[in-house]
Design a protein around this ligand. Structure first.
Ligand code: NAD
Length: 321
Protein backbone atom coordinates (compact mmCIF):
# COMPACT_ATOMS: atom_id res chain seq x y z
CA UNK A 1 0.00 0.00 0.00
CA UNK A 2 1.10 3.58 -0.61
CA UNK A 3 0.08 6.38 1.77
CA UNK A 4 -0.02 10.14 1.62
CA UNK A 5 0.43 11.45 5.16
CA UNK A 6 -0.15 15.19 5.53
CA UNK A 7 1.52 17.07 8.38
CA UNK A 8 3.89 14.15 8.99
CA UNK A 9 6.65 16.43 10.27
CA UNK A 10 4.50 17.54 13.19
CA UNK A 11 4.05 15.95 16.59
CA UNK A 12 1.43 13.23 16.02
CA UNK A 13 2.05 12.75 12.29
CA UNK A 14 5.73 11.91 12.85
CA UNK A 15 4.83 9.29 15.48
CA UNK A 16 2.26 7.90 13.06
CA UNK A 17 4.80 7.49 10.24
CA UNK A 18 7.31 5.79 12.53
CA UNK A 19 4.65 3.44 13.91
CA UNK A 20 3.18 2.65 10.48
CA UNK A 21 6.61 1.55 9.17
CA UNK A 22 7.09 -0.66 12.26
CA UNK A 23 3.85 -2.51 11.54
CA UNK A 24 3.85 -2.28 7.70
CA UNK A 25 7.52 -2.21 6.65
CA UNK A 26 6.68 -2.91 2.99
CA UNK A 27 4.36 0.06 2.56
CA UNK A 28 5.45 3.36 1.02
CA UNK A 29 4.75 6.74 2.61
CA UNK A 30 4.82 10.22 1.10
CA UNK A 31 4.91 12.89 3.81
CA UNK A 32 3.49 16.22 2.58
CA UNK A 33 4.31 19.01 4.99
CA UNK A 34 4.90 22.73 4.51
CA UNK A 35 7.11 22.88 7.63
CA UNK A 36 5.43 25.65 9.60
CA UNK A 37 7.03 26.59 12.93
CA UNK A 38 5.56 23.28 14.23
CA UNK A 39 6.86 21.02 11.47
CA UNK A 40 10.34 19.62 12.03
CA UNK A 41 12.23 17.15 9.88
CA UNK A 42 14.32 16.18 12.93
CA UNK A 43 11.19 14.40 14.21
CA UNK A 44 11.78 11.76 11.54
CA UNK A 45 15.58 11.60 11.32
CA UNK A 46 15.41 7.84 11.97
CA UNK A 47 13.06 7.33 9.00
CA UNK A 48 14.74 9.67 6.48
CA UNK A 49 17.01 7.05 4.94
CA UNK A 50 14.22 4.49 4.45
CA UNK A 51 13.84 4.12 0.63
CA UNK A 52 10.09 3.64 1.15
CA UNK A 53 9.78 7.11 2.66
CA UNK A 54 9.61 10.35 0.67
CA UNK A 55 9.30 13.86 2.05
CA UNK A 56 7.62 16.54 -0.07
CA UNK A 57 7.77 20.11 1.19
CA UNK A 58 4.51 21.66 0.11
CA UNK A 59 1.16 23.11 0.99
CA UNK A 60 -2.05 21.09 1.30
CA UNK A 61 -3.79 24.12 -0.26
CA UNK A 62 -1.74 23.66 -3.48
CA UNK A 63 -4.34 22.00 -5.71
CA UNK A 64 -1.92 20.90 -8.44
CA UNK A 65 0.62 19.35 -6.08
CA UNK A 66 -2.06 17.63 -4.00
CA UNK A 67 -3.76 16.17 -7.10
CA UNK A 68 -0.42 14.80 -8.36
CA UNK A 69 0.42 13.17 -5.05
CA UNK A 70 -3.05 11.72 -4.54
CA UNK A 71 -2.79 10.06 -7.98
CA UNK A 72 0.02 7.92 -6.51
CA UNK A 73 -1.63 6.64 -3.33
CA UNK A 74 -4.31 4.28 -1.96
CA UNK A 75 -4.71 5.91 1.45
CA UNK A 76 -4.61 9.50 2.70
CA UNK A 77 -4.06 10.13 6.41
CA UNK A 78 -4.68 13.80 7.07
CA UNK A 79 -2.94 15.37 10.08
CA UNK A 80 -1.80 18.72 8.63
CA UNK A 81 -3.33 21.61 10.51
CA UNK A 82 -2.65 24.69 12.55
CA UNK A 83 -3.09 23.13 15.97
CA UNK A 84 -2.60 25.64 18.80
CA UNK A 85 -5.73 27.22 20.34
CA UNK A 86 -3.86 30.28 21.70
CA UNK A 87 -2.48 31.09 18.24
CA UNK A 88 -6.00 30.81 16.78
CA UNK A 89 -7.17 33.41 19.31
CA UNK A 90 -4.39 35.77 18.14
CA UNK A 91 -5.34 35.26 14.48
CA UNK A 92 -7.67 32.75 12.86
CA UNK A 93 -6.50 33.36 9.29
CA UNK A 94 -4.00 30.49 8.92
CA UNK A 95 -6.42 28.16 10.73
CA UNK A 96 -9.18 28.73 8.22
CA UNK A 97 -6.76 28.44 5.34
CA UNK A 98 -4.92 25.24 6.31
CA UNK A 99 -7.60 23.46 8.34
CA UNK A 100 -10.65 24.25 6.21
CA UNK A 101 -9.42 25.09 2.70
CA UNK A 102 -6.51 22.60 2.94
CA UNK A 103 -8.92 19.80 3.89
CA UNK A 104 -11.25 20.78 1.04
CA UNK A 105 -8.39 20.65 -1.47
CA UNK A 106 -7.40 17.17 -0.28
CA UNK A 107 -10.97 15.85 -0.32
CA UNK A 108 -11.62 17.31 -3.76
CA UNK A 109 -8.45 15.76 -5.24
CA UNK A 110 -9.34 12.43 -3.62
CA UNK A 111 -12.88 12.32 -4.95
CA UNK A 112 -11.72 13.24 -8.47
CA UNK A 113 -9.29 10.33 -8.64
CA UNK A 114 -10.46 7.43 -10.80
CA UNK A 115 -10.44 5.01 -7.89
CA UNK A 116 -10.64 7.35 -4.88
CA UNK A 117 -8.24 6.57 -2.05
CA UNK A 118 -9.41 5.74 1.44
CA UNK A 119 -9.28 9.01 3.41
CA UNK A 120 -8.76 9.20 7.17
CA UNK A 121 -9.30 12.61 8.74
CA UNK A 122 -7.63 13.24 12.11
CA UNK A 123 -9.67 15.50 14.37
CA UNK A 124 -10.14 16.59 17.93
CA UNK A 125 -12.64 16.34 20.79
CA UNK A 126 -12.66 20.16 20.92
CA UNK A 127 -15.27 20.24 18.14
CA UNK A 128 -17.88 19.14 20.70
CA UNK A 129 -17.47 22.24 22.89
CA UNK A 130 -17.14 22.35 26.66
CA UNK A 131 -18.53 20.07 29.39
CA UNK A 132 -19.54 20.93 32.93
CA UNK A 133 -17.72 18.89 35.57
CA UNK A 134 -20.70 16.55 36.07
CA UNK A 135 -21.79 16.27 32.39
CA UNK A 136 -21.57 12.93 30.57
CA UNK A 137 -18.49 12.48 28.38
CA UNK A 138 -18.51 13.22 24.63
CA UNK A 139 -19.47 10.41 22.27
CA UNK A 140 -19.77 10.19 18.49
CA UNK A 141 -23.38 11.34 18.96
CA UNK A 142 -22.51 14.57 20.80
CA UNK A 143 -23.56 17.67 18.91
CA UNK A 144 -20.92 20.01 17.53
CA UNK A 145 -20.40 23.20 19.53
CA UNK A 146 -16.87 24.49 18.77
CA UNK A 147 -15.93 27.57 20.77
CA UNK A 148 -12.44 28.64 19.66
CA UNK A 149 -11.32 29.57 16.13
CA UNK A 150 -9.16 26.39 16.18
CA UNK A 151 -12.02 24.07 17.12
CA UNK A 152 -14.38 25.86 14.70
CA UNK A 153 -11.90 25.25 11.86
CA UNK A 154 -11.58 21.56 12.82
CA UNK A 155 -15.37 21.23 13.06
CA UNK A 156 -15.68 22.67 9.55
CA UNK A 157 -13.13 20.16 8.26
CA UNK A 158 -15.00 17.25 9.91
CA UNK A 159 -18.24 18.41 8.27
CA UNK A 160 -16.51 18.63 4.89
CA UNK A 161 -15.10 15.10 5.21
CA UNK A 162 -18.57 13.78 6.08
CA UNK A 163 -20.14 15.79 3.24
CA UNK A 164 -17.72 14.21 0.74
CA UNK A 165 -18.80 10.78 1.98
CA UNK A 166 -22.52 11.52 1.68
CA UNK A 167 -22.31 13.52 -1.55
CA UNK A 168 -19.64 11.70 -3.55
CA UNK A 169 -19.26 8.40 -1.72
CA UNK A 170 -15.63 9.20 -0.82
CA UNK A 171 -14.53 6.43 1.59
CA UNK A 172 -13.73 8.52 4.63
CA UNK A 173 -13.34 7.84 8.35
CA UNK A 174 -12.84 10.42 11.10
CA UNK A 175 -11.27 10.13 14.55
CA UNK A 176 -11.88 12.72 17.28
CA UNK A 177 -9.20 12.41 19.93
CA UNK A 178 -8.55 14.07 23.27
CA UNK A 179 -5.36 15.95 24.34
CA UNK A 180 -2.14 14.19 23.35
CA UNK A 181 1.24 14.33 25.06
CA UNK A 182 4.60 12.65 24.44
CA UNK A 183 8.04 13.23 22.90
CA UNK A 184 8.42 15.70 19.98
CA UNK A 185 5.51 17.91 21.04
CA UNK A 186 6.16 21.58 20.34
CA UNK A 187 6.96 23.34 23.64
CA UNK A 188 4.04 25.77 23.37
CA UNK A 189 1.62 23.01 24.46
CA UNK A 190 0.90 22.53 28.17
CA UNK A 191 2.96 19.45 29.14
CA UNK A 192 6.17 20.20 27.19
CA UNK A 193 5.84 23.86 28.20
CA UNK A 194 5.79 22.96 31.88
CA UNK A 195 8.59 20.38 31.57
CA UNK A 196 10.90 22.69 29.61
CA UNK A 197 10.16 25.65 31.90
CA UNK A 198 11.19 23.58 34.93
CA UNK A 199 14.36 22.44 33.14
CA UNK A 200 15.14 26.13 32.50
CA UNK A 201 14.24 27.06 36.08
CA UNK A 202 11.33 29.21 34.89
CA UNK A 203 7.85 29.52 36.42
CA UNK A 204 4.92 27.44 35.17
CA UNK A 205 2.21 29.77 33.83
CA UNK A 206 -1.14 28.28 34.84
CA UNK A 207 -4.31 29.72 33.30
CA UNK A 208 -6.97 30.91 35.78
CA UNK A 209 -7.06 28.65 38.83
CA UNK A 210 -5.74 25.61 36.93
CA UNK A 211 -9.12 23.91 37.08
CA UNK A 212 -9.65 23.19 33.36
CA UNK A 213 -9.93 19.46 32.75
CA UNK A 214 -8.59 17.56 29.74
CA UNK A 215 -8.56 13.83 29.00
CA UNK A 216 -4.84 13.16 28.44
CA UNK A 217 -3.73 10.40 26.07
CA UNK A 218 -0.21 9.23 25.27
CA UNK A 219 0.53 9.94 21.60
CA UNK A 220 1.35 6.31 20.70
CA UNK A 221 -2.06 5.20 21.98
CA UNK A 222 -3.67 7.79 19.71
CA UNK A 223 -1.61 6.65 16.71
CA UNK A 224 -2.56 3.02 17.39
CA UNK A 225 -6.21 4.07 17.55
CA UNK A 226 -5.94 5.76 14.15
CA UNK A 227 -4.33 2.61 12.73
CA UNK A 228 -7.23 0.53 14.07
CA UNK A 229 -9.78 2.89 12.53
CA UNK A 230 -7.97 2.63 9.18
CA UNK A 231 -7.82 -1.17 9.39
CA UNK A 232 -11.25 -1.95 10.80
CA UNK A 233 -13.35 1.21 10.97
CA UNK A 234 -16.58 1.35 9.00
CA UNK A 235 -16.53 3.73 6.04
CA UNK A 236 -18.35 7.00 6.71
CA UNK A 237 -18.05 6.55 10.49
CA UNK A 238 -16.54 8.64 13.26
CA UNK A 239 -14.62 7.14 16.19
CA UNK A 240 -13.90 8.97 19.44
CA UNK A 241 -10.51 8.15 21.01
CA UNK A 242 -9.68 9.12 24.58
CA UNK A 243 -7.24 8.42 27.37
CA UNK A 244 -9.59 7.56 30.24
CA UNK A 245 -7.51 10.05 32.11
CA UNK A 246 -9.24 13.27 33.11
CA UNK A 247 -6.95 15.65 34.97
CA UNK A 248 -7.04 19.36 35.63
CA UNK A 249 -4.11 21.58 34.73
CA UNK A 250 -3.07 22.15 38.35
CA UNK A 251 -2.81 18.38 38.90
CA UNK A 252 -0.68 18.08 35.74
CA UNK A 253 1.63 20.85 37.00
CA UNK A 254 1.98 19.11 40.39
CA UNK A 255 2.73 15.71 38.78
CA UNK A 256 5.48 17.20 36.60
CA UNK A 257 6.95 19.16 39.51
CA UNK A 258 7.04 15.94 41.57
CA UNK A 259 8.79 14.03 38.77
CA UNK A 260 11.43 16.74 38.44
CA UNK A 261 11.81 17.15 42.18
CA UNK A 262 10.57 20.76 42.38
CA UNK A 263 7.91 22.35 44.55
CA UNK A 264 4.65 24.14 43.88
CA UNK A 265 6.19 27.58 44.39
CA UNK A 266 7.14 27.35 40.71
CA UNK A 267 3.47 27.69 39.70
CA UNK A 268 2.46 31.17 38.58
CA UNK A 269 -1.27 31.83 38.12
CA UNK A 270 -1.86 33.96 35.00
CA UNK A 271 -4.92 35.55 33.35
CA UNK A 272 -7.18 32.89 31.89
CA UNK A 273 -7.34 32.07 28.15
CA UNK A 274 -10.24 33.87 26.42
CA UNK A 275 -13.28 31.58 26.23
CA UNK A 276 -11.35 28.79 27.98
CA UNK A 277 -13.37 25.55 27.73
CA UNK A 278 -13.80 24.02 31.19
CA UNK A 279 -13.70 20.31 30.42
CA UNK A 280 -13.28 17.79 27.59
CA UNK A 281 -13.72 14.07 28.12
CA UNK A 282 -14.20 11.18 25.71
CA UNK A 283 -16.30 8.05 25.99
CA UNK A 284 -14.54 5.66 23.58
CA UNK A 285 -16.97 2.72 23.95
CA UNK A 286 -17.48 2.56 20.16
CA UNK A 287 -13.75 2.20 19.43
CA UNK A 288 -13.41 -0.33 22.26
CA UNK A 289 -16.30 -2.51 21.19
CA UNK A 290 -15.98 -2.25 17.39
CA UNK A 291 -12.21 -2.01 17.03
CA UNK A 292 -11.00 -3.61 20.24
CA UNK A 293 -8.99 -0.44 20.91
CA UNK A 294 -8.19 1.04 24.32
CA UNK A 295 -5.30 3.22 25.44
CA UNK A 296 -2.48 1.14 26.95
CA UNK A 297 -0.15 3.67 28.55
CA UNK A 298 -0.82 4.84 32.11
CA UNK A 299 -0.35 8.55 32.75
CA UNK A 300 2.43 7.74 35.23
CA UNK A 301 4.41 5.78 32.61
CA UNK A 302 3.69 8.20 29.75
CA UNK A 303 4.55 11.32 31.73
CA UNK A 304 7.77 9.77 33.08
CA UNK A 305 8.86 8.78 29.57
CA UNK A 306 7.95 12.22 28.19
CA UNK A 307 9.78 14.09 30.94
CA UNK A 308 12.89 11.92 30.44
CA UNK A 309 12.76 12.58 26.70
CA UNK A 310 12.73 16.39 27.16
CA UNK A 311 15.55 16.07 29.70
CA UNK A 312 17.66 14.05 27.26
CA UNK A 313 16.82 16.00 24.09
CA UNK A 314 17.52 19.61 24.97
CA UNK A 315 18.98 20.31 21.53
CA UNK A 316 15.58 19.45 20.01
CA UNK A 317 13.69 22.09 21.99
CA UNK A 318 16.12 24.73 23.26
CA UNK A 319 16.08 26.80 20.08
CA UNK A 320 12.26 26.78 20.06
CA UNK A 321 11.78 28.52 23.39
P1 NAD B 1 1.43 19.97 14.96
O1 NAD B 1 1.14 21.43 15.00
O2 NAD B 1 2.52 19.41 15.80
O3 NAD B 1 1.74 19.52 13.45
C1 NAD B 1 1.00 20.00 12.35
C2 NAD B 1 1.83 19.74 11.10
O4 NAD B 1 1.05 20.18 9.96
C3 NAD B 1 3.15 20.52 11.06
O5 NAD B 1 4.20 19.66 10.68
C4 NAD B 1 2.90 21.61 10.01
O6 NAD B 1 4.08 21.99 9.32
C5 NAD B 1 1.91 20.91 9.09
N1 NAD B 1 1.08 21.87 8.32
C6 NAD B 1 0.33 22.89 8.83
N2 NAD B 1 -0.26 23.55 7.82
C7 NAD B 1 0.09 22.93 6.66
C8 NAD B 1 -0.20 23.15 5.28
N3 NAD B 1 -0.98 24.17 4.89
N4 NAD B 1 0.32 22.30 4.36
C9 NAD B 1 1.12 21.27 4.75
N5 NAD B 1 1.46 21.02 6.03
C10 NAD B 1 0.94 21.84 6.98
O7 NAD B 1 0.03 19.26 15.27
P2 NAD B 1 -0.29 17.89 16.02
O8 NAD B 1 -0.44 18.16 17.46
O9 NAD B 1 0.66 16.86 15.54
O10 NAD B 1 -1.75 17.60 15.44
C11 NAD B 1 -1.92 16.86 14.22
C12 NAD B 1 -3.40 16.72 13.93
O11 NAD B 1 -4.04 16.05 15.02
C13 NAD B 1 -4.13 18.05 13.76
O12 NAD B 1 -5.06 17.91 12.71
C14 NAD B 1 -4.84 18.26 15.09
O13 NAD B 1 -6.02 19.02 14.93
C15 NAD B 1 -5.15 16.82 15.48
N6 NAD B 1 -5.27 16.58 16.94
C16 NAD B 1 -4.30 17.00 17.78
C17 NAD B 1 -4.41 16.73 19.15
C18 NAD B 1 -3.33 17.15 20.13
O14 NAD B 1 -3.53 17.01 21.34
N7 NAD B 1 -2.18 17.64 19.68
C19 NAD B 1 -5.54 16.05 19.64
C20 NAD B 1 -6.51 15.63 18.73
C21 NAD B 1 -6.36 15.89 17.37
Amino acid sequence: MKLLVTGGAGFIGSHFIRQWFLVHPDDEIINLDILTYAGRLENLSDVESNPKYRFVKGDICDEKLVAELIEEVDLVVHFAAESHVDRSIESSKDFIRSNVEGTRVLLEAARKKNIPPRFHHVSTDEVFGSLKLDDKKFTELSSYDPRSPYSASKAASDHLARAYFHTYGLPITISNCSNNYGPYQFPEKLIPRFVTNILLDKKLPLYGQGENVRDWIYVIDHVEGIMKVIAQGRIGETYCLGGDNELNNLTIAKEILKLLDKDEAMVEYVADRLGHDLRYAIDYTKARTELNWSPNTTFTEGLKHTTEWYKNNKTWWQSLI
